[in-house]
Design a protein around this ligand. Structure first.
Ligand code: ADP
Length: 165
């Protein structure tokens, strides 16, 4: 059985991420979405909320593949977590050339630490190429409309956050 780990901050999950999850599920038998507990930048949403939003979004918007997608949190080395989950592959998404440099460096570093775990890249879908979690947070915090950028599970959580500040 082929297992792929899709690591990221997912703060919050966007349609760009969901598209990568769906496409990875066409290639691999199981996709483990690995939510980084403590990303470098302080996250807007806690890890439990980020996990809950991904689970809800996958269940409602990616129903045909939902039973092959698992969502978990992790801290520490990605390759170590991949090994623990039996994943031979790490999945990442590439949007623009600007993503390439850091992704290349990360892929080489992970390969050095875990030659048995390879990184596979999916090019962003054209309609999601502009999307990033930070952009979505900024729009929502300024009272803008994020319809079509994030699943309903995230829209609701962003609106609740905006009301509470
Ligand atoms: P990180 O903090 O590790 O960059 P993100 O949650 O921002 O985590 O992204 C996780 C992965 O998903 C990264 O490989 C990123 O390039 C990819 N990704 C983010 N947004 C999109 C998008 N709109 N289209 C395709 N891939 C994306």
């Amino acid at each position: 059985m082929s297992v792929a780990l899709y690591p990221g901050s997912f703060d919050p999950v966007t349609y760009g991420h969901l598209d990568i999850i769906e496409r990875a599920a066409r290639v691999f038998d199981r996709v483990v979405v690995a939510v980084l507990g403590n990303p470098r930048k302080a996250p807007l949403f806690g890890e439990e909320e980020r996990v809950a939003a991904i689970r809800e979004a996958v269940a409602t918007e990616c129903a045909p593949i939902a039973d092959r997608v698992e969502v978990a949190t992790f801290d520490g080395l990605t390759v170590e977590f991949a090994r623990r989950r039996g994943a031979d592959f790490i999945v990442r998404g590439l949007r623009a050339v600007s993503d390439f440099e850091s992704e290349l460096q990360m892929a080489h570093t992970n390969r050095k630490m875990g030659p048995d775990v390879d990184t596979v890249f999916f090019m962003t879908a054209l309609e999601h190429s502009y999307l990033s979690s930070s952009l979505v947070k900024e729009i929502a915090q300024l009272g803008g409309d994020v319809t079509g950028m994030v699943p309903a599970a995230v829209e609701r959580r962003l609106a609740a956050r905006a009301r509470s500040v």
